[in-house]
Ligand binder design. Structure first.
Ligand code: ADP
Length: 234
């Protein structure tokens, strides 16, 4: 009886999160468009103060949109329905876009992209974007401001493997298995002041598994981590 009630509460909470995040997304998307419009106008006027202020607004709006997208995906994942909307696209182009976006939001890090063959893939572009955004923003979030980040990809027989390496805090061996569970966050001295919902990696793993790929991490405390995922090429 208790379990049924608990489940119903979970479903209600999940639906609530879904509705609220959907409602928040519409005005934020409009806000983002207006900020960009104003920014173009300020550039024409050569008004440096306004350009600087709008750039900061734009960064915060993008961060909020990323969080809302995660919450939207969370409610879908919890309801057991991550729907994939697959299209053909070039993975390298998506990675470049996300790297640029991450650099814009977290400007203190450097992100190096290792040379990689052109990779055509059939997958849900928005969801793979979400995975890359989560992994890259975590790489920035859980390392010192100036620590470099590296992105690499390689194709094996029938899969592509993407690696995102940071030189940050790293993760203790006993935490690694729990990282991909919903709402799990590592509690340590380094991470206590860093905020988050603990859902990013859970969503990444749901999205990658739904595509028939794998996601895992190799890490050494104090040295850094490499998050790796694969996707089937066909
Ligand atoms: P959030 O970042 O919101 O806490 P995530 O699900 O993205 O949620 O990550 C779960 C936990 O895994 C984080 O709280 C953090 O402790 C750890 N983590 C994720 N990425 C990294 C990383 N690149 N380096 C070190 N720890 C990480």
């Amino acid at each position: 009886m208790d379990i049924t009630e608990q489940k119903q509460n979970d479903i209600r909470r999940s639906k609530f999160i879904g509705v609220v995040s959907h409602e928040l997304k519409t005005p934020l998307t409009a806000l983002k468009a207006y900020v960009q419009m104003l920014s173009n106008w300020a550039k024409k006027q050569k008004d440096n103060f306004t350009i600087g202020a709008l750039t900061k607004v734009d960064k915060q709006v993008r961060k909020m949109l990323n969080m809302i997208n995660s919450l939207l995906n969370l409610s879908g994942a919890e309801a057991g329905k991550i729907h994939l909307n697959k299209t053909e696209f070039i993975l390298n182009e998506l990675i470049d876009e996300v790297v640029e976006e991450t650099l814009f939001i977290t400007s203190t890090h450097s992100i190096a992209m290792a040379p990689c063959n052109l990779i055509h893939i059939n997958a849900d572009r928005d969801k793979i974007e979400q995975v890359l955004v989560n992994l890259l923003s975590n790489a920035a979030k859980y390392s010192d401001k100036s620590a470099p980040i590296e992105v690499a990809c390689a194709t094996h027989d029938e899969t592509v493997e993407v690696n995102i390496t940071d030189h940050g805090f790293g993760i203790a061996r006993e935490e690694i298995d729990k990282l991909f569970l919903p709402h799990y966050r590592v509690e340590s001295k380094e991470t206590e002041k860093i905020s988050g919902f603990g859902i990013g990696l859970y969503l990444c793993s749901e999205i990658i598994q739904k595509h028939g790929g794998k996601i895992w991490v190799e890490s050494e405390p104090g040295k850094g981590s490499t998050f790796k995922f694969t996707l089937p090429l066909n």
